[in-house]
Design a protein around this ligand. Structure first.
Ligand SMILES: Cc1cc2nc3c(=O)[nH]c(=O)nc-3n(C[C@H](O)[C@H](O)[C@H](O)COP(=O)(O)O)c2cc1C
Length: 325
């Protein structure tokens, strides 16, 4: 019988499927359900730097800016720091699976001290969700990237629980970003976050939010980088995120070398039982192939393990033009 136990960030997981950071994990009752259906761990919704700073600086500071005040009020009422700490404590008391906290940050400043509160509350690990929309044409890419390094350097001094960095997909050289984080103590990286995006309604002539959920085909970009990074930077754990909607996609990410696989949109769409459905597909596939443990096949199809690595490295369609005229 196939065994699904694995490890990620030094934590023991009963299965490689992690319920991704989102509102899915905002209540202990739901977290218990995910455990019941076999999830290996959960990542709580991100605590936003704005929320933390609100606790540090008084809201009055922003009173001249009505929109900013409303924005902060919204976040603070939706999920303040103390509620977050309580959620960590309650989740830890209620489930055996690892509870990973998440902070979304924009700077390397005051929020860092709150990481220790998260650690004290019992979180098993911290996921750091950083993203900058580079809106300054005069600022070099490396200046943006330097903030990641600075956060990692400071965080390393503040906490001892393992830290994973959840990255966006738009770096010129994602491997270099991962390598720099690894030098600065990162135990893992989540490749990749998927962000809120705009769309245009051409009938109403206005800008509207795009679909917040991913599609199964969104998996391919992540698959490529998991397969490359797991070979070139084997010292860091990779958690695959984006586009994993079924058990087959879960198998693909593990074959590409992921230590764990995060699922969000598919659970929103299908409910918590979908975790069990996905894990059953994984188990059946392992039984069919004769794999007894995850480590029997993890990374078997990463860039270092296949005969023709250009299958991951090719980016232009040149070779295929002749077939598609
Ligand atoms: C409604 C919603 C809320 C989310 N909230 C967060 C969050 O607070 N922090 C975070 O790091 N990612 C957040 N995400 C991103 C997901 O964790 C995940 O990385 C992304 O949806 C891609 O995975 P998927 O294809 O399985 O949906 C959110 C996604 C959705 C759809």
């Amino acid at each position: 019988m196939a065994k699904l136990e694995t490890s990620y960030l030094g934590l023991s997981l009963r299965s490689p499927l992690i319920v991704s950071s989102s509102g899915l994990n905002s209540s202990v009752d739901r977290i218990k359900k995910y455990q019941e259906f076999g999830a290996g761990a959960i990542v709580l919704k991100s605590l936003f730097e704005e929320q933390i700073l609100h606790e540090v600086n008084h809201l009055e500071k922003y009173s001249d800016y009505t929109e900013a005040t409303d924005y902060l009020k919204h976040y603070v009422s939706a999920n303040n720091v103390q509620e977050y700490i309580n959620l960590i404590k309650n989740a830890k008391q209620s489930v055996d699976i690892p509870v990973i906290a998440s902070i979304n940050c924009l700077s390397d400043n005051q929020w860092l001290s709150f990481a220790s509160r998260i650690q004290e509350a019992g979180a098993d690990a911290l996921e750091v969700n950083i993203y900058y929309l580079p809106l300054d044409p005069k600022r070099k890419a490396e200046e943006y990237e330097q903030v990641y390094n600075s956060i990692a350097e400071k965080l390393q001094k503040v906490i001892t629980i393992p830290v994973a960095y959840k990255l966006g997909s738009h770096f010129t050289n994602p491997l270099n970003v991962v390598e720099h984080l690894r030098y600065r103590g990162a135990k893992g990286v989540v490749l990749f976050n998927r962000f809120f995006e705009p769309d245009i309604d051409i009938h109403a002539m206005k800008v509207v939010p795009a679909d917040i959920f991913s599609n199964p085909s969104d998996l391919r970009y992540t698959l490529r980088w998991v397969a490359i990074a797991s070979h070139l930077i084997p010292e860091i754990d990779i958690s695959a995120s984006t586009g994993v909607h079924d058990g087959e996609a879960l198998v693909k990410m593990l074959l590409a070398g992921a230590k764990s696989v995060q699922v969000c949109s598919a659970i929103y769409r299908n409910g918590p039982k979908h975790i069990e459905v996905m894990l059953n597909t994984l188990t059946e596939w392992m039984n069919q192939k004769g794999f007894k443990t995850i480590s029997d096949f993890r990374g078997k199809l990463n860039v270092g393990s296949i005969a023709d690595p250009t299958q991951y490295e090719r980016s232009q369609f040149m070779k295929y033009f002749s077939n598609y005229e």
